[in-house]
Design a protein around this ligand. Structure first.
Ligand code: NAI
Ligand code: MG
Length: 500
């Protein structure tokens, strides 16, 4: 029997019907249990109670899924399909996601803990827009004709072809959206896929697989194996018949993916951790900066790879900004993710909850000052109040390491140029995002050029769009998702020369 935590009562009819089903994996167009027969329990982070279970896929299941994806790529109707037909299927999948948007948002909010309102207008809406954006690329993936310098006359051109079977491993913080970020361009390019969602949040990937089936993709094009990272994930990353592995998650596991990929030198793209700076100059507009910084750090409870975790404020504007941020943080509505009024839900797991509280303790022990938050909220589930630590120093772990929780570290600066503060902002092994708040357009653009990060915001922090390349400098990753750059990740270039 499944447990039924009280939060399940907040689900709509469609989401409740999905939760009541026995969960199976989707391999070769069919639904199946794990070969080994075991399961993983699914937890509600708002209560700590288990409410569902999914198959615990192992290497044998990954083998079946990869074989299905291989056959679908090499022999199935998918490879013969015209770009226009492929694009229509991807567009249809976008329509189906939109038609089931409320249900998907509720499943995500229950499984991950995140605010359902954010899930609906963020994760899910972004996903159907991205599917449509990528559907458009299907018919626009082209090669070039290239004039050669050889003496004999040649006609030469390039073909841009699908890379093949793709393993895609995604994390729990934006489980549905991260899956679609990887699936949409791969389908548009004509690849086949084995997706492994995070063990903490497997549900929306399985619901998505039902929608892929409903859209009418040929069997084997899209497969989902649920399971643990060290089991199913490791088997997928190492699999000799996988042509490309795409991963989002910790930098630590990113390195393991690289090691595992060595066997057949499969293509690798990585979207890893971050420790993104936000810099506020004295001429910034506080009414713009305060909410942008507040959401920059506290959106998704800070469990966001691009979260603005290090705030540098010029001393002349620090009192106003800090007072505003404290009010912002203290006024956020904390509650179960499924309540539409919630702005701060629980962290995803006990592990994450303990890790984040540990960082707060370490920061205080290192001499940081607590401006607000710092503690658990309530007695059950994994809720932590939005936390601001001031007077932080570069060596502190709260400043150097990815916390992945609602914790902002703040330092002030007093030089009137930007060279010094940009240097400090760049002093990180990561380089995913960064932002600058100022009304001086020259300074804004100069700082944008100097920050070593993949995405820069000017008078805003999180800047994402289906058309805008997304990814990291330094140890934040390899490659760019979104936009045409994502199509490049899922294609190979072939040169053809014709002696005339
Ligand atoms: P993780 O990197 O272990 O998990 C991400 C995905 O990788 C999951 O699907 C997991 O099953 C899989 N995985 C784990 N070990 C694997 C292996 N050996 N081979 C193949 N796949 C494997 O992240 P975790 O443990 O959930 O979180 C730890 C920390 O990582 C977080 O506190 C946060 O700092 C960071 N993180 C960063 C994310 C990002 O978006 N950049 C997302 C999730 C976590
Ligand atoms: Mg891990």
């Amino acid at each position: 029997m499944k447990n039924t935590p009280k939060t399940l009562a907040l689900l709509g009819e469609d989401a409740a019907r999905f939760i009541a089903k026995d969960k199976k994996m989707f391999i070769d167009g069919a639904w199946c249990p794990a070969a080994g027969g075991s399961v993983i329990e699914v937890e509600d982070p708002a209560t700590g109670q288990m409410f569902d279970r999914v198959p615990r896929g192992l290497a044998a299941d990954v083998d079946l899924a990869v074989a299905a994806a291989r056959a679908a790529f090499d022999e199935g109707p998918w490879g013969q399909m015209s770009p226009a037909e492929r694009g229509k299927l991807v567009w249809k999948l976008g329509d189906l996601v939109e038609a089931h948007a409320d249900e998907l948002a509720q499943l995500e909010a229950l499984d991950n803990g995140k605010p359902v309102t954010d899930a609906r207008i963020g994760d899910v809406a972004f996903s159907y827009e991205l599917l449509r954006y990528m559907a458009g690329w299907s018919t626009k993936i082209t090669g070039q004709t290239i004039p050669l310098s050889a003496e004999a006359p040649f006609h030469a051109y390039t073909l841009r072809e699908a890379v093949g079977v793709c393993g895609q491993i995604v994390p729990w913080n934006f489980s549905f959206m991260m899956a679609v970020w990887k699936v949409a361009p791969a389908l548009a390019a004509g690849c086949t896929i084995v997706l492994k969602p995070a063990e903490q949040t497997p549900l929306t990937a399985l619901r998505f697989a039902e929608l892929v089936e409903e859209a009418g993709f040929p069997k084997g094009v899209f497969n989902v194996v649920t399971g643990y990272g060290h089991e199913a994930g490791a088997a997928l990353a190492a699999h000799p018949d996988v042509d490309k592995i795409a991963f989002t998650g910790s930098t630590e596991v990113g390195r393991k993916i690289l090691d595992a990929a060595q066997g057949n030198l499969k293509k690798v793209s990585l979207e890893l951790g971050g420790k993104s700076p936000m810099i506020v100059f004295p001429d910034a507009d506080p009414d713009v900066a305060i909410p942008a910084i507040g959401y920059g750090i506290f959106y998704n409870m800070g469990q966001t790879c691009t979260a603005g975790t290090r705030l540098y404020i010029h001393k002349d504007i620090a009192p106003v900004i800090l007072e505003g941020l404290k009010t912002f943080a203290e006024n956020m509505t904390v509650g179960v993710g499924l309540d539409p009024a919630t702005q701060i839900g629980p962290l995803v797991s006990k592990e994450q909850f303990d890790k984040v509280l540990g960082y707060i303790e370490a920061g205080l022990a290192d001499g940081a000052t607590l401006l607000c938050g710092g503690t658990q909220v309530g007695e059950e589930g994994y809720f932590i109040a939005p936390t601001i630590l001031t007077e932080t120093k570069p060596h502190m772990s709260v400043v150097c390491e990815e916390i992945f929780g609602p914790v902002l570290s703040v330092a002030t600066f007093d030089d009137d140029g930007f060279e010094e503060i940009v240097k400090e902002a760049n002093a990180s092994v990561y380089g995913l995002a960064g932002s600058v708040f100022t009304r001086d357009i020259s300074r804004a653009h100069q700082v944008a050029r100097k920050l070593k990060a993949g995405t820069i915001g000017i008078n805003t922090h999180h800047v994402i769009d289906p058309a805008l390349p997304f990814g990291g400098f330094k140890q934040s990753g390899w490659g760019r998702e979104q936009g045409y750059e994502a199509i490049l990740l899922y294609t190979e270039v072939k040169s053809v020369g014709v002696a005339l």
